[in-house]
Design a protein around this ligand. Sequence first.
Ligand SMILES: NC(=O)c1ccc[n+]([C@@H]2O[C@H](COP(=O)([O-])OP(=O)(O)OC[C@H]3O[C@@H](n4cnc5c(N)ncnc54)[C@H](OP(=O)(O)O)[C@@H]3O)[C@@H](O)[C@H]2O)c1
Length: 249
Amino acid sequence: MKTPFHLNEKTILVTGATSGIGFQVVKSIVEMGAKVVISGRNERKLNNVKKQFGDAVIQLLAHDLTDEKEIESLASLSVNLNGVVHCAGIVNPYPIRYLNFKKLDETMRLNYYSAVVLIGQLDRKKKLEKGTSIVFISSISAQHPHKGGATYSSSKAALESFSKVVAMEYSHRRIRSNVVSPAMVKTPLYEKAAEDASHESMQAHVDKYPLGIGDPEDVANAIIYLLSDASRWVTGTKIVLDGGCLLGY
Ligand SMILES: NC(=O)c1ccc[n+]([C@@H]2O[C@H](COP(=O)([O-])OP(=O)(O)OC[C@H]3O[C@@H](n4cnc5c(N)ncnc54)[C@H](OP(=O)(O)O)[C@@H]3O)[C@@H](O)[C@H]2O)c1
């Protein structure tokens, strides 16, 4: 059967590829037939990913995406791409009274600035093929903020707006840009949030999910659709993945 739901003959860059959602995205992309360029800060962790997926991983790019020069270097080294999945992100919750420019910068640099500079540099270095699909990972926190989320929620709201700008500026090359917006997903980032919160408040939150909290695979499946030609008419939009927790909001 001829189907557009595959990634054969595509090469896709995944940032944050060493953990959580990014790691699962690499796994799912490989299963769907594409080659992957993986990015993270830690070479040892990148090598571990390479060991698991072998020849399907064609490039390992160890760069800190909070540093503009490192993003430029990543873009220079990268092979040409048919897809980009920007998964690298941090949470860093702070009450507003403790925020200052430095603390704002810590989160904004990775969650927002890196997205803008990464796409800009990949474009300047002509690494984005015609028809490239770009996927950013937002969060339901962009529209449903939480206490302590001044930087995280704002960074994800900014990211969502940026994705729409990418969709507009690059449509003449049929380059598409979309966002997935997950609620809580079981990853190391979630485990840390669970450690910081009380058992009762965590349980109260988990109870709000009719389908339970998500697995990385639940997010990766939507990303695979956005990377594939099955979504060739989809750009500038968002897929919310929430296990039903926003029902009734
Ligand atoms: N988990 C959730 O519940 C959830 C919900 C909604 C949205 N999200 C979003 O989904 C994305 C992935 O989250 P996750 O839960 O999979 O997180 P995670 O398990 O903590 O993984 C984060 C990844 O980002 C990389 N990274 C961190 N800082 C970096 C930096 N300065 N430069 C380059 N890479 C860096 C890490 O690699 P190294 O440590 O090797 O550098 C790691 O691969 C994030 O954008 C997050 O906001 C997560």
